[in-house]
Ligand binder design. Structure first.
Ligand SMILES: C[S@@+](CC[C@H](N)C(=O)[O-])C[C@H]1O[C@@H](n2cnc3c(N)ncnc32)[C@H](O)[C@@H]1O
Length: 222
């Protein structure tokens, strides 16, 4: 079973403002998703760690009809996602882990955005990636967005991130957040991420997006 980083009460409520502040080009990245995935034949999408449903929202007003399952272990995040998305019959939201999903049900596409850096690399990252691979058909597309880089890349890109932050944040807040990213979250290098993905049953990934410490990755299930 994979580890959980729970997002509760205020952390869930303030989540959207938080990501907009700290992830430059976050909305731009989300807007790319339907375009990136529109060529896939089947539109059966699994959104892992769907949070408040930000990535799911992008698939609502598209010419293609998507069937979407969002899964997240945080009751608060799922509650917020449900409030936004419950009117849409093609969207199912499940409070839980990927390992709780019906093992017989297979998806054609999966996303994992801003989740993997909460899990350490002592088996937890690999377990989550394997759980996802087990829910996908061979050839399924998998998209990730995560803090990526070796220690020196992260250090340098944190300096870039600092330059891109919106006006009005206080220095103390900035320094605390940057320290947390550097010392408490579990970023892995590009090479290690590629190894983990391949060990979990995916092809070597391609990096198609970068904004400071955040990299977007695309791969397929073998
Ligand atoms: C930073 S949020 C990202 C939410 C959303 N993907 C987005 O981009 O807005 C991380 C989410 O991962 C969820 N999470 C934590 N551990 C998880 C796990 N093992 N499997 C799936 N989701 C997990 C948290 O509950 C939280 O909603």
């Amino acid at each position: 079973m994979s580890k959980i980083e729970l997002f509760e009460s205020e952390r869930a409520t303030e989540y959207n403002q938080f990501v907009e502040t700290w992830i430059p080009n976050y909305h731009y990245f989300l807007d790319l998703l339907p375009k990136l995935l529109r060529e896939t034949k089947q539109k059966d999408l699994l959104v892992v760690g769907c949070g408040t449903g930000n990535e799911i929202e992008r698939f609502i007003n598209t010419p293609e009809q998507w069937t979407i399952t969002g899964v997240d272990p945080s009751p608060e995040m799922i509650k917020q996602a449900s409030e936004k998305l419950q009117v849409h019959h093609n969207i199912t939201l499940i409070e839980g882990l990927v390992s709780n999903l019906d093992p017989e049900k297979k998806y054609n596409i999966a996303t994992l955005l801003l989740v993997l850096h909460f899990l350490d690399d002592n088996g937890n990252k690999l377990n989550l990636l394997k759980d996802i691979a087990n829910r996908l058909v061979p050839g399924a597309t998998f998209v990730m967005l995560d803090i990526t880089g070796n220690k020196s890349q992260i250090k340098q890109n944190l300096e870039v991130l600092k330059l891109l932050l919106p006006e009005g944040l206080n220095e103390e807040q900035i320094s605390q957040r940057l320290k947390r990213i550097e010392n408490e979250l579990f970023a892995v290098s590009e090479e290690r991420l590629s190894e983990l993905l391949q060990e979990a049953g995916f092809e070597a990934p391609v990096r198609f997006f970068q904004s400071a410490i955040y990299m977007g990755w695309l791969t397929k299930k073998k």
